[in-house]
Design a protein around this ligand. Structure first.
Ligand code: FAD
Ligand code: GLY
Length: 393
């Protein structure tokens, strides 16, 4: 297909979890959709993530993020089921819970504070004293003072997710073009009418959605560049020395199948069904510096074995890094770009793009199809960065 000869109802820039999931939703609303991806679909942050679905674990305070995150979590079971029915691909959605460990007095105080929000939002949460935590997880180091068990923090395999989304899109007739870099949005008379590629070709579109993750700020042709910056995260995947868990069988196994995610303020350990444990993650706000680095890996691996001493003997199977799409206020940027008709953005998901995939697809899918956007919180509108004095530039 010669791309430049085509005209689509909707062109989406970027094939991460966000671009692909909105493409699938828009296609279900009857739009003709092309997704243009400069590299390989699903190999950006959505591939690099840990796959935690953690609204309460990730919220810094009660508010729009927590509400949207809980709404997205509610959508996850049907979203995973729908993808499996459409594609035959499982995404390893597991309702495993999360144990937020307190390793210091101040961490314990902050975690106890979350109990109140959890109750307000009907989220099952329970404080466990150190003894109780160690009884359930004998592999944990004695430094653990207690833990908050979050009964509605789950996990999914994000690499399987982007694979399933890609299959679903292609099955449903979304046109996916890889190795296809968008440089500029084409606008005239305050309305978008397509995009220009790095080859110089133009692609016609009735509507355009920018979903280019951490690179969204590099797409030219908006009234102002999107204020998105890359926040690098480095991770490792470990294979525990004893099958079924990192502690000895007598010790009960730390991460048997179905075990919770373990997290402190410095580190998380996320189990996978294949027996691996993902260890993450660093946070570096220094641009698109490549990774992973010796320093970053040394830190997370040292923290991991300090939390669970038996991890000293685990094999390091894989290391990687990725760029979270960060916004100035840490919130997603979802909606229509003010002043340019038919131009939309869905980015800035920072640490939670996998959690927020179903809710973003639902809200943005409706918006690009011309339906109401009730499910998109006002606090996430792009308008906050496009006023005369928004302070973000
Ligand atoms: P991406 O997946 O990065 O996709 C953007 C795509 O756009 C890329 O494929 C890129 O190549 C393409 N692109 C860029 N520029 C152009 C262009 N000009 N033309 C065409 N294509 C372009 N979230 C969670 O919910 N739970 C977690 O546990 C979690 N853990 C994380 C751990 C790490 C280490 C990292 C890095 C992130 C983590 N996240 C997590 C965050 C989550 O990964 C992101 O918020 C989410 O993946 C963003 O999705 P996206 O589709 O916007 O971006
Ligand atoms: N949500 C986990 C991370 O971004 O590292």
């Amino acid at each position: 297909m010669v791309l430049s000869r085509n005209q689509f109802d909707l062109v989406i820039v970027g094939a991460g979890a966000i671009g692909l999931s909105v493409a699938r939703a828009a296609r279900a609303h009857g739009l003709s959709v092309a997704v243009l991806e400069r590299g390989t679909a699903g190999r950006g942050a959505s591939w690099a993530a840990a796959g935690m679905l953690s609204p309460l674990g990730e919220a810094l305070e009660p508010g729009p993020f927590l509400r949207f995150g809980l709404h997205s979590l509610d959508l996850w079971p049907d979203f995973a089921r729908g993808l499996a029915e459409e594609t035959g691909e499982e995404v390893e959605y597991r309702e495993c819970g999360k144990l937020r460990l307190a390793l210091s007095e101040s961490e314990e105080e902050r975690l106890r504070g979350r109990l109140a929000w959890a109750r307000e939002h009907d989220v099952p949460a329970q404080w466990l004293e150190a003894e109780e935590v160690r009884r359930g997880h004998p592999g944990l180091a004695p430094v653990v003072r207690g833990a908050l068990f979050l009964g509605r923090d789950f996990r999914v395999d994000n690499r399987r997710l982007v694979h399933a989304l890609r299959v679903a899109c292609v099955n449903q007739g979304v046109q996916l073009f890889e190795g296809c870099e968008v440089t500029t949005l084409l606008t005239a008379d305050d309305r978008v009418h397509g995009v220009q590629l790095s080859t110089g070709e133009g692609v016609g579109a009735g509507r355009v959605l920018v979903a280019a993750g951490a690179w969204s700020g590099q797409v030219a042709g908006l009234p102002r560049p999107l204020p998105v910056r890359p926040i690098r995260g480095e991770m490792a995947a470990l294979r525990p020395a004893s099958p079924g868990g990192v502690a000895s069988p007598q010790g009960g196994g730390l991460h048997p199948l179905g075990g919770p995610v373990l997290e402190s303020e410095r580190l998380y350990l996320v189990p996978r069904d294949d027996g691996r444990i993902l260890v993450g993650a660093t946070e570096t706000d220094t641009g698109f510096d490549p990774g992973p680095t010796v320093g970053g890996l040394r830190r997370i691996l040292a923290e991991a074995s300090a939390m669970v001493p038996a991890l000293e003997a685990a094999l390091v199977e894989e290391v990687w890094s990725g760029f979270r799409p960060g916004s100035p206020d840490g919130m997603p940027i979802l909606g229509q770009i003010p002043g340019v008709r038919d131009l939309f953005v869905a980015t800035g998901h920072y640490r939670n793009g996998i959690l927020l995939t179903p809710a973003t697809a639902e809200g943005m899918g409706k918006l690009v199809a011309g339906e109401d956007a009730r499910h998109l919180p006002e606090a996430f509108l792009p308008d906050r960065f496009f006023g005369p004095d928004d302070g973000s530039h």
